[in-house]
Design a protein around this ligand. Structure first.
Ligand SMILES: Nc1ncnc2c1ncn2[C@@H]1O[C@H](COP(=O)(O)OP(=O)(O)O)[C@@H](O)[C@H]1O
Ligand SMILES: [Mg+2]
Length: 232
């Protein structure tokens, strides 16, 4: 579904991503793990059209995403949940969710119901200011807003960041549920153990390059991954 070919991205002299190849298949959970600064967010932003690569190609179902601006990419159903949530603190939960629908012209009442069934806590807090939510609830809100845009593929950038273990489990369960309804997931994480546990396919990134690739199971069992990313 999404094919990244020989992608290189630089910030001035800094080469953040160097010749990366990633293939994400329709309906799967694909995860990209790696330490802080490895280049994960840079890849996300390039897929979303927020950064222009130095070289390489990105195809969505054969269509060249690099020829499109970020609005067109959103219209194709490529929806990013950004690192750090980026919700609007001074708007209500309801208004934040509604923002996800800004490009839609059809009715989205059904999505609201679906979202509130996934996140009952957001229904309870629908008129509360988003800034008053806990970190875990803010992450749920960021995911809810993305769902409003009817993603074909959801790009999740470190959804577990800063969350207590119980909430991390909760968020990962929700990601699995969303995937089970047919939404393809590209999950970027530093939390390697949880990410590999739910991944069909996984990539390990080190300083701008893909160092390892395999099924979630294969990489969980890899000695190198255990030593460097799973504290084993
Ligand atoms: N806006 C920027 N300007 C310059 N360098 C950047 C910028 N954003 C990221 N970088 C650098 O690019 C590299 C990859 O960063 P990033 O993609 O954010 O990594 P990750 O998401 O894996 O933590 C890092 O060395 C980082 O310092
Ligand atoms: Mg990042």
């Amino acid at each position: 579904m999404l094919e990244i070919k020989d992608l290189s991205v630089s910030y001035g002299m800094i080469e953040a991503v160097k010749g990366v190849n990633i293939t994400i298949k329709d309906g799967e959970i694909c995860t990209l793990i790696g330490a802080n600064g490895a280049g994960k967010t840079t890849i996300m932003h390039t897929i979303s059209g927020l950064l222009t690569p130095k070289s390489g190609q990105i195809f969505l179902d054969g269509e060249d995403l690099l020829k499109m601006d970020s609005e067109e990419i959103v219209k194709r159903g490529v929806i990013q949940v950004p690192e750090g949530r980026r919700i609007f603190q001074k708007m209500s939960v309801y208004e934040n969710i509604l923002l996800g629908a800004y490009q839609r012209k059809d009715s989205y009442d059904d999505e609201f119901e679906y979202i509130y069934s996934l996140f009952p806590i957001l229904k309870e807090r629908t008129s509360q200011l988003a800034g008053t939510l806990s970190g875990g609830e803010q992450q749920m809100l960021a995911i809810a807003r993305a769902l409003m845009a009817k993603p074909k593929i959801m790009l999740l950038d470190e959804p577990s960041m800063g969350l207590a273990p119980l909430l991390v489990r909760n968020i990962f369960d929700i990601i699995k549920t969303i995937n089970s309804t047919g939404t393809t997931i590209f999950l970027v994480e530093q939390n390697a153990s949880m990410a590999l546990a739910i991944a069909n396919h996984a990539y390990v990134m080190e300083t701008g390059r893909i160092a390892l690739e395999g099924s979630g199971e294969e990489l969980s069992a890899s000695e190198k991954v255990q030593k460097l990313y799973l504290g084993g």
